[in-house]
Each structure stands twice: as C-alpha cells, then as structure tokens.
Design a protein around this ligand. Structure first.
Ligand code: COA
Length: 322
C-alpha cells in the first residue's frame, strides 16, 4: 500500500468581485443581514465566457507549478464539480487535454459541496493500491450559473472558483508519516428535498436552479459534521488537540464555528475564507487549503482535518498529514 502525499496546491478565482451591497441592488437584502447570518461579505463570479474548466485549469496549473510537475507527469485527474461545462464530456477530460496529458484517466465526481472530499477519497484509493502514481484532485465550480437571482435565500450564499492539489504515491518509508491518513464518506438520499437543483438532462431537460430549505440544511450540517470529526479522530486514535488546522467546507461561518467549538479548537486554527469567497461548493476546501499553504499557515508535517456537507445529502472528511 502507498501513501498519497500532497506535494502541491493551487487556486484560482474569477476577476469579478460582487459585494453584499451589490446584491442588495438586485434582491431585498442587506450587507448586515448576510454578514450576520453567514459571515459572507463578498464573492467572485465567473465571466459569461469563463467556464468551470477554465477555472479548474488555472487552479491545476498553479498546483502543478507548486509541485514542480507538469501535465505529462500526472496519470489521474479527479475533478469534483456540480457545474460541468457540458453534460458530457466530463470537465476533467477538458482539463486533461489542456494540460497536454495524453495518458492515464480523467473523470468527474459529483457530490455537490462535499465533492472535493469525495474526489480526494477516490484519488487516494487509486494511489494507495498502485493504480496511479500522481493525481490532480480538483474542485471547480461556476455555481453562479445555478442560482435563481430572484431568491434572496440562496443567491447571496454562493460564489465561483477552483482549487486543486497534487497527490503523489510514496512508499510508507518515503512518506515518513506524511499523506492522507484516512477519508470518511457518507450520504443519505432521504434528505434530497432540502437542497437540490430543480432541473437536469433526464428529469426536465433544463439546467435548473438551486432550491434549499436553509434551516434544515443548517441543522443537518451542525449535527453531521460534529459526528464525522469524531469518527475521523477515533479511526486514527487521535484527539482534537492533535489537529493543527481545521479546513472546513465554507458554507456558513456559524456552521464553521460550531464544528470548531465541538473540537474545542480556537478559531486561530481554523481556515476560514467564507467572508471573501462565499460558498464555492466543491472548490471551497481546496481554495482554503491553497491559501493557507501559500501564506505559510499550513506547513509540512501539520495535521489538517477537512470536512464538508452538501446536497444529497452527502458528507465526508479527510485527515491529512501535510
Ligand atoms: C440560509 C441561512 C443563512 C438563512 O438563515 P436563517 O437564520 O435560517 O433564516 P431563515 O431562512 O429562517 O429566514 C429568516 C428570514 O430572513 C429572510 N431572508 C432570507 N434570506 C435573506 C436575505 N438574503 N436577506 C434578508 N433577509 C433574508 C427570510 O425570508 C425570513 O424572513 P421571514 O421571517 O419574514 O420569512 C441559513 O439557514 C443557512 O446558512 N443555512 C445553511 C445553508 C447552507 O449552508 N447551504 C449550503 C450547504 S452546502
């Protein structure tokens, strides 16, 4: 069995910045309401001609540069998205082509806001058994395309962006304790109706818009995320005090603080980008990881816990010795 060691990370945000005040001109809302309920102050929105694959490619290139690799070194791309450029081919295949990678495999994973953790788990399993050597795991979204800009309950929450990590398979000796220690995935389709898109190629033949019962999603998030951090620590024989960084999915600052409280982790050890990025769905964790690596907070050897909950419902976590 091999260890998947993170050897690079990168991110990309579209240029267009939209503040809460900007949104208050199109829906009945205020900066104060959005800030107090969610912690969000602004988000980035992709240009009309900017697709998920464009954001993904830019993030992937940054991650490859950080790892000192190029596309031809990679033999697996797992891309998490809810907003593929087209119904098919997979957005991952477009990224593969643009990177000049002519071998290996590339495919998309769909678990909405939990997508990055699911993609990380899939890639980790490929690397662990020796089926791939170097993987790019990408979370990329143009979630703005799914928003109903007349629904103030949802359109203020989300943003666009992409993040990526490079995983390299190392022998246990080579890894020296670094790498993905465990991943934990869950889903429960019984809660489909509290967070979904009311369209799709088979169902309606339309793209559809996000529909959400915010209060119910909030309730499930707090409960499920508290459970999964326990499950993750227990599986590794660790305690909360061992964690250097909590890098949660960025959906709501109050949900993030609830998980940190559960872990008795001071907020200085929690990476939060929600104020500036909003909820970028599958992109939020790799965006936050890349930022915290870039600014020197996350360093080799640190214990990093990521967790997410999203539509499905889906939820999951990954514990990484960076
Ligand atoms: C969406 C969320 C911020 C709403 O906060 P809340 O405290 O639950 O608020 P409610 O939905 O009960 O709405 C309270 C009031 O605010 C109003 N409201 C909703 N959105 C508003 C907005 N953007 N601006 C101003 N008022 C708003 C509602 O219409 C409601 O008004 P009413 O009492 O007159 O009906 C919160 O439920 C949440 O974050 N849930 C989790 C969502 C999430 O994370 N989704 C993604 C998961 S990956």
């Amino acid at each position: 069995m091999f260890r998947s060691v993170v050897t690079g990370s990168g991110a990309f945000l579209p240029a267009k910045l939209v503040t809460n005040d900007d949104l208050s001109k199109i829906v009945d809302t205020t900066d104060e309401w959005i800030g107090q309920r969610t912690g969000i102050r602004q988000r980035y929105i992709a240009a009309e001609d900017e697709n998920t694959s464009d954001l993904a490619l830019a993030a992937a290139r940054n991650a490859l540069a950080a790892a000192g690799l190029d596309g031809s070194d990679i033999d697996l791309i797992v891309l998490a998205t809810t907003t593929p450029d087209q119904t098919f081919p997979a957005t991952a295949v477009r990224v593969q082509n643009a990177l000049g990678m002519r071998h290996g495999a590339a495919f998309d994973v769909q678990a909405v806001c939990s997508g990055f953790v699911f993609a990380l788990a899939v890639a980790n399993n490929f690397l662990a058994v020796g089926q791939a050597k170097r993987a790019l795991v990408i979370g990329a979204e143009t979630f703005s395309r799914l928003l109903d800009w007349t629904d103030r309950g949802t359109c203020v929450l989300f943003g666009d962006g992409a993040g990526a990590v490079v995983l390299e398979a190392k022998s246990q000796a080579e890894a020296g304790g670094r790498g993905i220690l465990s991943t934990h995935l869950h889903s429960d389709g019984a809660y489909e109706n509290i967070l979904y898109v009311d369209g799709g190629p088979s169902g309606t033949g339309t793209v559809g818009k996000v529909r959400m019962n915010g209060k119910e999603v909030f309730r499930h998030a707090v409960q499920r995320l508290a459970e999964i951090v326990d499950e993750t620590l227990e599986a590794n024989g660790l305690v909360a005090a061992d964690i250097d960084w909590l890098v949660p999915h960025q959906a709501n600052q109050r949900i993030i603080e609830s998980t940190a409280r559960k872990l008795q982790l001071p907020m200085e050890r929690v990476v939060s980008t929600i104020a500036r990025h909003g909820n970028t769905s599958a992109a939020s964790i790799p965006l936050a990881l890349a930022e915290a690596v870039e600014d020197g907070r996350i360093r080799p050897g640190h214990l990093v816990l990521t967790e997410a909950l999203g539509g499905g419902l889906t939820w999951g976590s990954a514990l990484i010795r960076w």
